[in-house]
Design a binder for this molecule. Structure first.
Ligand code: CP
Length: 321
């Protein structure tokens, strides 16, 4: 594939190839003693129209660990504040050379527009668009689940039970996770208050529930979603206290999970709302590990989309001599 716009762009073989490649790269992602020369001479543009900590920094780290040059663009402080369009911003960055454009945008579909209109010649990677999708988050989540739950399997998550809880309505993370987990054979249960479930969720390949307590038994992984206050209309939302009482993960609920089950959150977290601090910091929480795994997965995506150095000298995942 040329671009990564949706988790649905990946068939099972593609997804497993990304996860297997990330497995090879994890050592360098987590302990970057040496860079790989793999993308030497390539330019990666981080085009962020919305705030980010994990995604932007991990894409930058991933590109640099593969020896690519990185241009960071943030809408804040740019000519976007003077009214410059996505098209003109993209054309300006393309004029400086871009082999890949990693875009986060508040509008659902902006990465698709960038790719389809050919405002860049580089590969387009969706780093989160509105409430639509966040495919590399789903890949790093699947990678993390696979390391904990399916070490001896066929590389998929066949038969694993994943419970995803919270503000589904506004979550691009859940949409990409549902697509990828379905591709990898997992069983997904979505738990949310009725007002935070989107229209059409009945057509998703998931089971839905309003009852968190009834949905924890048998879960191999439970993924808590951030309550997205910045996208919230008051009418959607029960009070914060009511929300955390009914849909928050606290120690009592965590203790009802099977012993092997892991606790996940894409971040950033609202501690005390969807997850208590005790659970977030517990041994069963893999939230910090998800961030490390994100660097490896993003290295794998860049490597597989860009396919080697500009001069063709180093298209293998070998370390620099
Ligand atoms: N999970 C995630 O996308 O985090 P950031 O918004 O910090 O990138």
């Amino acid at each position: 594939i040329k671009n990564l716009l949706s988790a649905g762009d990946l068939d099972r073989a593609d997804a497993i190839q990304v996860l297997d490649t990330a497995e090879e790269l994890l050592g360098i992602a987590s302990r970057p003693i040496k860079k790989l020369p793999t993308l030497r001479g390539r330019t990666v543009v981080n085009l962020f129209f919305e705030d980010s900590t994990r995604t932007r920094i991990s894409f930058e780290a991933a590109a640099k660990r593969l020896s690519a040059d990185v241009i960071n663009f943030s809408a804040k402080g740019s000519s976007v504040s003077k009214g410059e369009s996505l098209k003109d911003t993209a054309l300006t960055l393309q004029a400086m050379g871009a082999d890949a454009v990693i875009i986060r945008h508040p509008s659902s579909g902006a990465p698709h527009r960038l790719a389809e209109a050919r405002w860049t010649q580089g590969a387009v990677i969706n780093a989160g668009d509105g409430t639509h999708e966040h495919p590399t988050q789903a890949l790093l989540d699947a990678f993390t689940m696979r390391r904990h739950l399916a070490a001896d399997g066929d590389g998929s998550l066949k038969g694993k039970n994943v419970t995803i809880v919270g503000d589904v309505l506004h979550s691009r993370v859940v949409r990409s996770n549902v697509l990828l987990l379905d591709t990898l054979g997992a069983n997904v249960t979505i738990v949310a208050p009725p007002t935070l479930l989107p229209v059409g969720v009945d057509r998703w390949p998931v089971t839905t529930s309003y009852d968190l307590d009834a949905s924890l038994e048998g879960a191999d992984a439970v993924m808590m979603l951030r309550v997205q206050a910045e996208r919230m209309n008051a009418s959607y939302f029960p009070s914060a206290r009511e929300y955390s009482r009914r849909y928050g993960l606290d120690t009592a609920r965590m203790n009802r999970l099977p012993d092997h089950a892991i606790v996940m959150h894409p971040g950033p977290m609202n501690r005390g709302m969807e997850i208590t601090a005790d659970v977030a910091d517990h041994d069963r929480s893999v939230i910090v590990e998800q961030v490390t795994n994100g660097v490896a997965v993003r290295m794998a995506v860049l490597y597989l989309l860009l396919g080697g150095a500009a001069d063709g000298s180093s298209d293998e995942l070998s370390s620099d001599k």
